[in-house]
Design a protein around this ligand. Structure first.
Ligand SMILES: [Zn+2]
Length: 231
């Protein structure tokens, strides 16, 4: 085993981790579909999905612990004679077990995507309940509501309806994922800050870590599209 092969394994693992994140978003999206179809009253399917997302959270933790233990242990042997490499496997294993033993259930629950899962299920159930109640009332304000929601669905960068809306946790504005990530990357490459493009917003330094995919919003946009018949 050489250090370079260790590094390439680590980078493969990191791309697995990115896929895992996408997988967690997908689980959340399926959960929203269930809420939409049958509400959230003690749905066994919803419970199952929650177990799945916690399992993903655990895998994500495992990868982090593994990467951390490899980083620590390879740093230690880097300047030692090649024989030291022989023990690398065991020392990584030991350190990994140590780190994993420190992972609690609360840590798994705290994972940002687990939190997002719960938030979006709750938010979407409320939203669905609300619009059902509104539908029972007279639909006088419908036109106004549609115009309002349409403007909210427009990305301030692309000026078209968003596909993957990302919410800025700091100023609460929305942008389409692809456009905003590209923009931030381009600005940062030129050593410039990226200012929130929403008119009147005072947020002058938007970081990628401030942004979070909003699956509830995504679903609302999809439903709106379907209703207005431009699928
Ligand atoms: Zn803003």
């Amino acid at each position: 085993m050489s250090l370079s092969s260790v590094q390439s394994t680590l980078s493969t693992l990191k791309s697995c981790q990115a896929d895992l994140g996408g997988c967690m978003d997908m689980v959340s999206d399926v959960a929203l579909g269930i809420v939409e179809a049958q509400g959230m009253d003690n749905s066994p399917a919803l419970k199952k999905l929650e177990e799945m997302i916690l399992e993903c959270s655990r895998l994500d933790r495992e990868i982090n612990c593994f990467v951390e233990s490899v980083d620590e242990m390879t740093a230690q042997v880097r300047h030692e004679p090649p024989e030291a490499m022989v023990h690398l496997r065991n020392s990584v294993k030991e350190r990994f077990n140590e780190l994993m033993a420190g992972v609690t259930d609360a840590d798994l629950q705290r994972h940002s995507k687990v939190v997002a899962f719960r938030d979006s299920v709750r938010k979407y159930a409320m939203q669905a309940g609300q619009s059902a109640a509104e539908n029972e009332e007279e639909e006088l304000d419908e036109d106004i509501a549609v115009t309002q929601s349409q403007t909210n669905f427009i990305c301030p960068l692309t000026q078209v309806e968003m596909v993957n809306p990302m919410k800025n946790k700091k100023c609460h504005h929305y942008y389409d994922q692809e456009a905003v990530l590209e923009m931030i990357k381009a600005r940062h490459k030129n050593k410039k800050k990226f200012r929130c493009p929403k008119v009147g917003c005072g947020n002058t330094d938007v970081q990628q870590s401030d942004l979070e995919l909003d699956l509830v919003m995504k679903r609302m946009i999809q439903n709106h599209k379907r209703q207005s018949g431009k699928t």
